[in-house]
Design a protein around this ligand. Structure first.
Ligand SMILES: [Ca+2]
Ligand SMILES: [Ca+2]
Length: 146
């Protein structure tokens, strides 16, 4: 820690503002942002039954009943300041994956890689690595097609 008391009063929300990113740039090379600051989810009536709740009908209400919202511009604003972005924490359990990912953790990594993150914090490194390999291969396939 820097010992500067004003830094102790910073919130994660502040650190995602332009002023916060400008400050971070003075002492760090990147940010480890909580995933929702890049792309969060919302509880919506996905199955059209008029109720917001257990949208996938598995008897529980969790992340798998929520829909992705539009991503924020945090990655672009961090990159504009030369900061790398490593969001946390990626997990592979079905209940932790938004409805949009179709129970496939690789889809979540691909979403964030497509949004430009430079790396990820994951509790399932094998899935993170497989998704990164797939993302790179997809990029090469696109280049070959051009
Ligand atoms: Ca519903
Ligand atoms: Ca459910």
């Amino acid at each position: 820690m820097s010992g500067r008391p004003q830094l102790l009063a910073r919130t994660f929300g502040f650190l995602t503002t332009n002023a916060g990113l400008d400050e971070v740039r003075s002492y760090a090379d990147g940010i480890g942002a909580w995933k929702p600051y890049i792309n969060t989810t919302a509880a919506v009536d996905i199955n059209g039954d008029g109720v917001v709740g257990d949208e996938n009908g598995d008897g529980r209400i969790d992340e798998s009943d929520r829909r992705l919202t539009n991503p924020t511009d945090l990655v672009a604003r961090a990159h504009a300041r030369g900061l790398v972005v490593h969001p946390y924490t990626f997990r592979s359990e079905r209940r932790r994956l938004a409805f949009d990912y179709g129970d496939n953790p690789v889809e979540e990594y691909l979403r964030f890689y497509e949004l430009g993150v430079d790396g990820v914090f994951s509790d399932f490194a094998d899935d993170a690595f497989a998704a990164r390999e797939l993302f790179v291969l997809q990029g090469q396939a696109l280049e070959d097609a051009e």
